[in-house]
Design a protein around this ligand. Structure first.
Ligand code: ZN
Length: 565
């Protein structure tokens, strides 16, 4: 492609709303353009990149035995009612109705549609196992679209679904997909680690995410260098050290004027935070819930929400706290009736805690569980943080930032039971199909590749997903000898299967090099009068500073070596 004919233009300045490098660079390089919040057009350069990523995904899915198909984006709402997810997705799902007032949705994902299709086409264990996939546009009405292609409302996704006759066979399908995913990231030039993850709205038991490590990532990963445990902070486990077990002393109420926070308590009583319990108030499903945890730890909202099976959860407002009769700053589960109480396991790791007395300005010393209070549920709701101990090996945990570039789930039989996808086994008994599902956001993967591969001047595309592998620059293109050699290289390289973007514009060297760095194709060739006199052209990799002077008759062989292997 000659740049003089290419649709799209580069910008000198950063867009005002861009917070992260991939967003900034993709807009400046003329790759993407936003039409409304979280909805983007892909210009020809970006689209070529996307197509290359899709091809890598297709090759790996096909190699893993998956079959490609295509499901509709426009779906009847009743299959979402059947699965219960019309409610689960809530405002995140786009809904509409047709001319006969039949309720429809624009699908955010495809478990329902595919399970429905499989139910009609699979009847016997002989039809299984089967894994199906598609690369298709999904729609989610995200509350806060942000960061360019990282969080959008319309996006292309490769989603695959496996159907097996048993948990055991699901393990094999899941492993095949997991290994295919690792190959996909490697081939796309993205370094991704696998972490334990929350199942969220998709549901199911086991789930793992692939995270592209990047400072701009919106996910926090808890990581143990020593045993390599890695988990999304949403579900990361942590080892809570038991405090020295003193014998329980008698409960004692103390006047504590002005003492409100855990920090106040540690000062007032001259004790460490782990000798206190804190009560945190949440609002969920129309009521206040009190969560109690040891004072040195924080509550993890995702774990709490899962433990309460809450559809929606947030911190309670001061008004909600007051109208529930709770005293902020002096609250505890002790003597608290008529309010739902949940607690973290850490309340069992210690004795003689200082807690609120549920009276303004008063606290209790020597509080012990379960001697002095009860809770409705005790479970793990602790937030894993840097410096706390790894649950597996007790080494200190670290945190990393990551972009979620893939998510795989073992769904089990939940969807097949709800949507009626059964098969008859070898004994002619009807059993629900065991499912798994596997997703990769294509645009987000491109953005993640750019987050990991750029510098202050622009993108540094990995060869495998670059829109073109070579940026061929003709300096002083009006000179006949320059144009002749450049045209010849352009044609020969293209005939040899190399994707070349040919900068044939009568622009200054400065403008051309700036654009070459910004768009960031991996290999640059410079043809100039000075070089031609010596019988050479310059080859330079975008990722390196050194220039390779190459005899003109060796250029094609050298470029094939760099671009096609
Ligand atoms: Zn560890």
């Amino acid at each position: 492609m000659r740049i003089s004919l290419l649709f799209g233009k580069t910008l000198r300045d950063d867009p005002a709303d861009a917070e992260i490098a991939s967003h900034r660079l993709m807009v400046r390089a003329g790759l993407i353009n936003q039409i409304v919040s979280g909805v983007y057009s892909y210009l020809p350069l970006a689209w070529r990149s996307v197509r290359k990523i899709e091809n890598i995904i297709r090759e790996e899915m096909d190699a893993a035995g998956a079959q490609e198909l295509r499901l509709p984006a426009l779906q009847p709402q009743d299959i979402w009612d059947k699965s219960g997810r019309n409610q689960v997705f809530g405002e995140d799902m786009f809904r509409l109705s047709d001319r006969r007032d039949r309720p429809l949705v624009i699908a955010p994902t495809h478990e329902e549609a595919l399970t429905n299709l499989v139910a009609a086409n699979v009847s016997s264990y002989r039809d299984l196992p089967i894994t199906l996939y598609q690369i298709q546009t999904k729609f989610r009405d995200e509350p806060r679209p942000r960061a360019g292609l990282i969080r959008v409302r319309e996006f292309d996704m490769k989603d695959a679904y496996s159907f097996d006759d048993s948990e055991h066979r699901l393990d094999a399908s899941y492993t095949a997909m997991r290994e295919a995913y690792k190959r996909i990231y490697r081939r796309c030039g993205v370094s991704a680690i696998m972490v334990e993850a929350d199942s969220g709205a998709i549901g199911g038991k086991d789930s793992q995410e692939f995270m592209a490590l990047a400072n701009a990532g919106e996910d926090t990963i808890i990581f143990c260098e020593s045993c390599k445990y890695a988990a999304n902070v949403e579900i990361a486990k942590v080892s809570i050290p038991a405090d020295k077990e003193d014998a329980p002393n008698d409960l004692k109420e103390v006047s504590t004027p002005g003492v409100k926070t855990i920090e106040d308590l540690t000062r007032f009583f001259n004790i460490p935070a782990r000798k206190t319990l804190k009560a945190v108030f949440y609002w969920t499903d129309g009521e206040v819930v009190v969560a109690t945890i040891r004072g040195d730890l924080e509550v993890n909202m995702t774990k709490l929400s899962n433990a309460l099976e809450a559809s929606d959860i947030r911190l309670a407002t001061p008004d909600e706290i007051a109208s529930a009769g709770l005293v902020a700053g002096s609250a505890s589960p002790v003597g608290l009736d008529g309010i739902r109480k949940i607690a973290d396991y850490s309340i069992e790791f210690g004795t003689n805690f200082v807690v609120g007395a549920n009276v303004e300005g008063r606290h209790l010393q020597n509080t012990n569980y379960p001697r002095d209070f009860e809770v409705d549920k005790i479970t793990d709701i602790a937030l894993a943080e840097e410096g706390l101990a790894c649950e597996q090996c007790h080494s200190p945990l670290e945190t990393r930032r990551g972009i979620e570039v893939g998510h795989i789930f073992k769904l089990g039989t939940r969807y097949s039971e709800l949507l009626g996808a059964y098969f008859s086994d070898a004994d002619d008994k009807q059993r629900p199909i065991t499912m798994g599902c596997y997703g990769i956001g294509v645009g987000r993967l491109l953005a993640a590749a750019i987050e990991q591969n750029h510098d202050e001047n622009g993108i540094i595309f990995p060869v495998s997903i670059a829109p073109y592998q070579v940026w061929l620059t003709a300096l002083n293109v009006e000179k006949e000898e320059v144009a002749e050699i450049s045209n010849q290289l352009y044609e020969t390289l293209t005939q040899n299967g190399v994707d070349v973007l040919y900068d044939d514009r009568p622009e200054s060297a400065g403008v051309k090099f700036k654009d070459a760095d910004l768009i960031g194709l991996p290999i640059r060739i410079v043809v100039s009068t000075r070089n031609i006199k010596q019988g050479i052209v310059e080859i330079k990799l975008r990722s390196r500073n050194d220039v390779e002077p190459t005899p003109i008759n060796e250029v094609v062989a050298r470029i094939k070596e760099l671009a096609l292997t």
